[in-house]
Design a protein around this ligand. Structure first.
Ligand SMILES: *[C@@H]1O[C@H](CO)[C@@H](O)[C@H](O)[C@H]1NC(C)=O
Ligand SMILES: *[C@@H]1O[C@H](CO)[C@@H](O)[C@H](O)[C@H]1NC(C)=O
Ligand SMILES: *[C@@H]1O[C@H](CO)[C@@H](O)[C@H](O)[C@H]1NC(C)=O
Ligand SMILES: *[C@@H]1O[C@H](CO)[C@@H](O)[C@H](O)[C@H]1NC(C)=O
Ligand SMILES: *[C@@H]1O[C@H](CO)[C@@H](O)[C@H](O)[C@H]1NC(C)=O
Ligand SMILES: *[C@@H]1O[C@H](CO)[C@@H](O)[C@H](O)[C@H]1NC(C)=O
Ligand SMILES: *[C@@H]1O[C@H](CO)[C@@H](O)[C@H](O)[C@H]1NC(C)=O
Ligand SMILES: *[C@@H]1O[C@H](CO)[C@@H](O)[C@H](O)[C@H]1NC(C)=O
Ligand SMILES: *[C@@H]1O[C@H](CO)[C@@H](O)[C@H](O)[C@H]1NC(C)=O
Length: 415
């Protein structure tokens, strides 16, 4: 879509303001999490018990696989209040306040009832037991920022209900969160790394939000925690998009320079791709990269003439739509890097399908600086609505259904 230059300039100035407010929110979330965390709890290595009931191997059936070559990212949202949502706020004890929009007072709940339907094929029906079987003895890790944390929480909620109490655990060990299904010796984990590479925003508890400094060629510290993980799901976007330029180092850490964001992003992903090449065993490990999660900060983009944001939006956008917040230069960079990479990385291009979901954001029913919005703040949605993060259950569940479909697609049955 083409944008008039005047509009473009307006966007450039607004995006940073909105992001700055919201990312602070992300920070405080982690502060809270760390307070709740039990530092003394250490990872346990779970042994398979004698008489384990869950020994039988999973059989991925033909109907669990989508047709080869089908573009599952092209499709439409269909109303399905029978099979959706896949879980509820009440049924999932691990949801943080930031995402529980109903509990926080959101009056409408239609956003929970849409199912993503590809045009050319069917996604397999999500079966938590099947996913746990695929993940048996494995670790699935989501790596990225607070949007990625939402996807992690969604995934945990999608599977946890089939595991009885006492057979599952959830630990907050900053910068990680770890959910374990003990009888499966399977874990679903989250690792905070908003830029993927190292930065001064990496400390899960005490990090700057307004001041950014990215070490474009440093990744080893993070990488230590990713080694040997069976399924890695990366994401990084919104933290880069604060200003057109970003302070960064490449080479000497004393040599701080302002980089064009697109240049910096490319250098960072090159560092990441190199890490993959020297650390990933393609036979044992799978790597995914999530495309950018769209924002809905400017209502004039889908409703010309209006001057608001995603607040009070109850229905998805119908028909073609692509917001200017989703930068196609960045998209192209990811594409180039993945094409050149010697490691197979599956790119889950969820941007377009999420673009339609102007109704899915937390708006004023989320948190700000670790607290629910005050009455005064709620009365000023133009200033305080969060149009970056998503309510749960909601849009990230569809991303996970797609991730699930890919995991099954590649799964080989063993007799
Ligand atoms: C923290 O862990 C210790 C040792 O594992 C345990 O005794 C204690 O009850 C835990 N505290 C909380 C709040 O979970
Ligand atoms: C449990 O899983 C971990 C990695 O996810 C693995 O290292 C360990 O060997 C597994 N334990 C058993 C008993 O299968
Ligand atoms: C589901 O949606 C239909 C309309 O599309 C409505 O008539 C029905 O009451 C809804 N069912 C529930 C359980 O909300
Ligand atoms: C937070 O980080 C800043 C800068 O690195 C440091 O000066 C400050 O002491 C830290 N605060 C805490 C509570 O660790
Ligand atoms: C880079 O850092 C300098 C010094 O702290 C600061 O003046 C400048 O505004 C920063 N640039 C960006 C793009 O944030
Ligand atoms: C950053 O680089 C891209 C690609 O080279 C260019 O299109 C864009 O105009 C540059 N932006 C700035 C602010 O220099
Ligand atoms: C929300 O939108 C509806 C129309 O869709 C309108 O009647 C209502 O006044 C709006 N509410 C607020 C708080 O803007
Ligand atoms: C992702 O999807 C969008 C919309 O369909 C498309 O424009 C873009 O090129 C795709 N990105 C890649 C890397 O394939
Ligand atoms: C990457 O994927 C392609 C297509 O699925 C496959 O042919 C190739 O063997 C894979 N390469 C590696 C290194 O796994």
């Amino acid at each position: 879509m083409t944008i008039k230059p005047s509009l473009d300039r307006r966007i450039q100035t607004l995006f940073p303001v909105a992001l700055a407010c919201l990312l602070v929110l992300g920070t405080s979330r982690l502060v809270l999490d760390s307070l709740k965390s039990n530092q003394s709890s250490i990872f346990r290595v779970y042994g398979r018990q004698e008489g384990d009931e869950h020994k039988k191997p999973v059989f991925v059936l033909p109907e669990d696989r989508f047709e080869k070559g089908c573009d599952v990212f092209e499709g439409q949202w269909v109303w399905d209040n029978v099979s959706r949502p896949l879980y509820t706020e009440e049924s999932c004890p691990y949801l943080v306040k930031q995402t529980t929009c109903q509990r926080n007072g959101r009056p409408d709940s239609f956003y929970q009832d849409w199912r993503w339907q590809p045009h050319a094929c069917k996604l397999p029906r999500f079966d938590p037991l099947k996913l746990l079987d695929v993940l048996r003895g494995k670790r699935l890790m989501f790596i990225g920022d607070s949007v990625q944390r939402g996807q992690f929480e969604s995934m945990v909620c999608m599977v946890q209900s089939v595991i009885p109490d006492g057979k599952k655990s959830f630990h907050r060990i900053p910068p990680m969160k770890i959910f374990k299904a003990e009888e499966y010796n399977a874990s679903i984990e989250y690792y905070w790394a908003p830029f993927i590479v190292e930065s001064i925003s990496d400390h899960a508890i005490n990090h700057t939000v307004l001041k950014r400094l990215v070490n474009l060629d440093s990744i080893a510290k993070h990488g230590k925690s990713w080694e040997g993980v069976d399924v890695l799901v990366f994401e990084s976007y919104v933290w880069w998009m604060y200003k057109p330029l970003i302070n960064a180092t490449h080479g000497s850490t004393d040599d701080i320079q302002e980089y064009n964001v697109t240049t910096a992003y490319k250098l960072a992903l090159e560092t990441w791709a190199k890490w993959l090449e020297s650390n990933i065993n393609s036979i044992k490990q799978k790597v995914f990269f999530m495309s950018m999660s769209p924002t809905h900060l400017w209502s004039w983009e889908w409703r010309p003439g209006s001057d608001e944001n995603c607040f009070n939006e109850s229905y998805p956008i119908e028909g073609p739509y692509w917001g200017t917040g989703s930068n196609l230069q960045i998209m192209k960079i990811v594409d180039d890097i993945l094409r050149e990479s010697k490691i197979n990385v599956t790119f889950l291009n969820i941007t377009q399908l999420s673009e339609y979901r102007k109704d899915g954001h937390t708006t004023i029913y989320g948190e700000r600086k670790g607290k629910l919005l005050t009455k005064e703040q709620r009365s000023d949605p133009k200033k305080f609505a969060d149009c970056i993060h998503w309510c749960l259950p909601g849009v990230p569940d569809a991303w996970n259904e797609i991730l699930y479909a890919y995991l099954l697609q590649n799964h080989q049955n063993f007799m």
